[in-house]
Design a binder for this molecule. Structure first.
Ligand code: CO
Length: 209
Protein backbone atom coordinates (compact mmCIF):
# COMPACT_ATOMS: atom_id res chain seq x y z
CA UNK A 1 0.00 0.00 0.00
CA UNK A 2 2.92 2.34 0.70
CA UNK A 3 3.81 2.50 -2.98
CA UNK A 4 0.25 3.36 -3.94
CA UNK A 5 0.07 6.10 -1.33
CA UNK A 6 3.26 7.48 -2.84
CA UNK A 7 1.53 7.60 -6.21
CA UNK A 8 -1.18 9.93 -4.92
CA UNK A 9 1.30 12.15 -3.11
CA UNK A 10 3.44 12.41 -6.22
CA UNK A 11 0.35 13.09 -8.31
CA UNK A 12 -0.80 15.97 -6.11
CA UNK A 13 2.66 17.48 -6.17
CA UNK A 14 2.81 17.16 -9.98
CA UNK A 15 -0.62 18.75 -10.50
CA UNK A 16 0.38 21.60 -8.21
CA UNK A 17 3.64 22.15 -10.11
CA UNK A 18 1.86 22.08 -13.46
CA UNK A 19 -0.76 24.59 -12.32
CA UNK A 20 1.91 26.89 -10.88
CA UNK A 21 3.88 26.84 -14.14
CA UNK A 22 0.81 27.20 -16.38
CA UNK A 23 -2.46 28.17 -14.64
CA UNK A 24 -4.58 27.30 -17.71
CA UNK A 25 -2.93 23.94 -18.38
CA UNK A 26 -5.73 21.73 -17.05
CA UNK A 27 -8.46 23.92 -18.55
CA UNK A 28 -6.94 23.29 -21.97
CA UNK A 29 -6.62 19.56 -21.21
CA UNK A 30 -10.34 19.39 -20.45
CA UNK A 31 -11.14 20.45 -24.00
CA UNK A 32 -9.88 17.80 -26.45
CA UNK A 33 -6.60 16.03 -27.02
CA UNK A 34 -4.54 17.13 -30.02
CA UNK A 35 -1.69 14.66 -30.27
CA UNK A 36 0.49 14.92 -33.36
CA UNK A 37 2.03 11.47 -33.01
CA UNK A 38 0.81 7.92 -32.43
CA UNK A 39 3.38 5.89 -30.54
CA UNK A 40 3.35 2.09 -30.69
CA UNK A 41 5.97 0.88 -28.23
CA UNK A 42 7.02 -1.85 -25.85
CA UNK A 43 5.44 -2.08 -22.39
CA UNK A 44 8.94 -2.11 -20.86
CA UNK A 45 9.06 0.27 -17.88
CA UNK A 46 12.30 1.80 -19.14
CA UNK A 47 10.53 3.33 -22.14
CA UNK A 48 8.11 5.99 -20.87
CA UNK A 49 7.36 7.53 -24.29
CA UNK A 50 6.34 11.02 -23.19
CA UNK A 51 9.49 11.39 -21.13
CA UNK A 52 12.00 10.22 -23.71
CA UNK A 53 10.71 12.46 -26.50
CA UNK A 54 9.71 15.43 -24.36
CA UNK A 55 5.96 15.33 -24.94
CA UNK A 56 3.46 16.92 -22.57
CA UNK A 57 0.08 15.36 -21.70
CA UNK A 58 -2.16 15.72 -24.75
CA UNK A 59 0.70 15.57 -27.26
CA UNK A 60 1.16 11.82 -27.71
CA UNK A 61 -1.37 9.06 -28.44
CA UNK A 62 0.01 5.75 -27.18
CA UNK A 63 -0.40 2.02 -27.63
CA UNK A 64 1.98 -0.32 -25.84
CA UNK A 65 2.34 -4.07 -25.58
CA UNK A 66 5.09 -6.59 -24.92
CA UNK A 67 7.49 -6.42 -27.86
CA UNK A 68 5.68 -3.56 -29.71
CA UNK A 69 3.85 -6.06 -31.89
CA UNK A 70 1.16 -5.10 -34.42
CA UNK A 71 -1.14 -8.01 -35.22
CA UNK A 72 -3.83 -7.65 -37.86
CA UNK A 73 -6.45 -9.32 -35.63
CA UNK A 74 -5.61 -7.40 -32.43
CA UNK A 75 -8.72 -5.29 -31.85
CA UNK A 76 -6.94 -3.31 -29.16
CA UNK A 77 -4.13 -2.11 -31.40
CA UNK A 78 -6.41 -1.69 -34.43
CA UNK A 79 -8.84 0.42 -32.40
CA UNK A 80 -6.01 2.71 -31.31
CA UNK A 81 -4.88 2.97 -34.93
CA UNK A 82 -8.38 3.79 -36.14
CA UNK A 83 -9.07 6.37 -33.44
CA UNK A 84 -5.65 7.95 -33.87
CA UNK A 85 -5.96 8.23 -37.64
CA UNK A 86 -9.66 8.83 -38.25
CA UNK A 87 -10.59 10.91 -35.21
CA UNK A 88 -7.38 12.53 -33.96
CA UNK A 89 -5.86 12.84 -37.46
CA UNK A 90 -2.30 12.16 -36.35
CA UNK A 91 0.06 12.70 -39.30
CA UNK A 92 2.77 10.38 -37.98
CA UNK A 93 2.88 6.90 -36.45
CA UNK A 94 6.01 5.55 -34.80
CA UNK A 95 6.72 1.91 -34.01
CA UNK A 96 9.46 2.10 -31.40
CA UNK A 97 11.30 -0.98 -30.22
CA UNK A 98 14.29 -1.07 -27.94
CA UNK A 99 17.59 -2.89 -27.75
CA UNK A 100 17.75 -5.63 -25.13
CA UNK A 101 13.96 -6.17 -25.31
CA UNK A 102 12.92 -9.05 -23.02
CA UNK A 103 10.10 -10.07 -25.35
CA UNK A 104 12.46 -10.32 -28.29
CA UNK A 105 15.02 -12.15 -26.14
CA UNK A 106 12.38 -14.74 -25.21
CA UNK A 107 11.63 -15.27 -28.91
CA UNK A 108 15.29 -16.23 -29.39
CA UNK A 109 15.18 -18.84 -26.63
CA UNK A 110 13.46 -22.20 -26.22
CA UNK A 111 12.52 -21.82 -22.55
CA UNK A 112 8.72 -22.04 -22.05
CA UNK A 113 7.22 -18.93 -20.40
CA UNK A 114 3.53 -19.79 -20.49
CA UNK A 115 0.72 -17.87 -22.12
CA UNK A 116 2.99 -15.08 -23.31
CA UNK A 117 4.71 -17.53 -25.67
CA UNK A 118 1.59 -17.28 -27.85
CA UNK A 119 2.01 -13.51 -28.13
CA UNK A 120 5.76 -13.74 -28.64
CA UNK A 121 5.16 -16.20 -31.48
CA UNK A 122 4.73 -13.14 -33.70
CA UNK A 123 8.31 -12.13 -32.94
CA UNK A 124 9.47 -15.72 -33.34
CA UNK A 125 7.96 -15.59 -36.85
CA UNK A 126 10.15 -12.53 -37.56
CA UNK A 127 13.13 -14.52 -36.30
CA UNK A 128 12.19 -17.40 -38.62
CA UNK A 129 11.94 -15.04 -41.61
CA UNK A 130 15.48 -13.76 -40.96
CA UNK A 131 17.11 -16.86 -39.48
CA UNK A 132 19.94 -16.94 -42.02
CA UNK A 133 21.05 -13.40 -41.17
CA UNK A 134 20.54 -13.91 -37.43
CA UNK A 135 22.32 -17.28 -37.28
CA UNK A 136 25.38 -15.67 -38.91
CA UNK A 137 25.79 -13.31 -35.92
CA UNK A 138 28.09 -14.93 -33.32
CA UNK A 139 27.51 -12.51 -30.45
CA UNK A 140 24.30 -13.22 -28.51
CA UNK A 141 23.60 -9.57 -27.61
CA UNK A 142 24.26 -8.38 -31.17
CA UNK A 143 21.90 -11.08 -32.48
CA UNK A 144 19.26 -9.94 -29.98
CA UNK A 145 19.66 -6.29 -30.94
CA UNK A 146 19.43 -7.10 -34.64
CA UNK A 147 16.18 -9.02 -34.06
CA UNK A 148 14.91 -5.99 -32.09
CA UNK A 149 15.49 -3.92 -35.24
CA UNK A 150 14.02 -6.54 -37.59
CA UNK A 151 10.95 -6.76 -35.35
CA UNK A 152 10.40 -3.00 -35.72
CA UNK A 153 10.75 -3.34 -39.50
CA UNK A 154 8.13 -6.12 -39.49
CA UNK A 155 5.72 -4.20 -37.27
CA UNK A 156 6.03 -1.04 -39.37
CA UNK A 157 5.04 -3.21 -42.34
CA UNK A 158 2.12 -4.62 -40.36
CA UNK A 159 0.87 -1.10 -39.60
CA UNK A 160 1.08 -0.26 -43.31
CA UNK A 161 -0.83 -3.43 -44.24
CA UNK A 162 -3.88 -2.51 -42.14
CA UNK A 163 -7.02 -1.42 -43.91
CA UNK A 164 -7.03 1.64 -41.64
CA UNK A 165 -3.72 3.04 -42.87
CA UNK A 166 -4.44 2.11 -46.47
CA UNK A 167 -7.89 3.73 -46.30
CA UNK A 168 -6.21 6.93 -45.08
CA UNK A 169 -3.73 6.91 -47.95
CA UNK A 170 -6.48 6.15 -50.45
CA UNK A 171 -8.38 9.17 -49.14
CA UNK A 172 -5.32 11.29 -49.86
CA UNK A 173 -4.40 11.85 -46.23
CA UNK A 174 -0.81 12.59 -45.29
CA UNK A 175 0.30 9.79 -43.00
CA UNK A 176 3.82 8.52 -42.41
CA UNK A 177 4.79 5.37 -40.51
CA UNK A 178 8.24 5.40 -38.92
CA UNK A 179 10.46 2.74 -37.31
CA UNK A 180 12.66 3.71 -34.37
CA UNK A 181 14.75 1.83 -31.82
CA UNK A 182 15.55 3.13 -28.35
CA UNK A 183 18.70 2.28 -26.45
CA UNK A 184 18.16 1.87 -22.72
CA UNK A 185 21.93 2.13 -22.20
CA UNK A 186 22.28 5.74 -23.40
CA UNK A 187 18.69 7.00 -23.61
CA UNK A 188 18.96 7.75 -27.32
CA UNK A 189 16.59 6.96 -30.18
CA UNK A 190 17.77 5.69 -33.53
CA UNK A 191 15.70 6.19 -36.68
CA UNK A 192 15.86 3.01 -38.78
CA UNK A 193 15.10 5.15 -41.87
CA UNK A 194 12.34 2.84 -43.08
CA UNK A 195 9.54 5.42 -43.16
CA UNK A 196 6.54 4.61 -45.32
CA UNK A 197 4.33 7.46 -46.53
CA UNK A 198 2.23 6.04 -49.39
CA UNK A 199 0.64 2.81 -50.57
CA UNK A 200 3.11 2.55 -53.46
CA UNK A 201 5.78 1.65 -50.89
CA UNK A 202 3.75 -1.36 -49.77
CA UNK A 203 4.34 -4.68 -51.60
CA UNK A 204 1.51 -5.22 -54.08
CA UNK A 205 0.41 -8.45 -52.42
CA UNK A 206 -0.54 -6.42 -49.31
CA UNK A 207 -1.90 -3.41 -51.19
CA UNK A 208 -5.69 -3.17 -51.11
CA UNK A 209 -6.04 -0.66 -53.95
CO1 CO B 1 10.65 -4.69 -24.72
Amino acid sequence: MKALTDCFEANRAWATRMRAADPDFFDRQSDQQHPDLLWIGCSDSRLPPNLIIGKQPGELFVHRNVGNVVVHTDMNCLSVLQFGIEVLHVPDIVVCGHYGCGGVRAALQSRPMGLIDNWLRHIRDVRAMHHTELDAIDDDEMRLDRLCELNVVAQVANVCHTTIVQDAWRAGRELTVHGWVYSVSDGLLRDLAISVECAEQVPSIYRMF
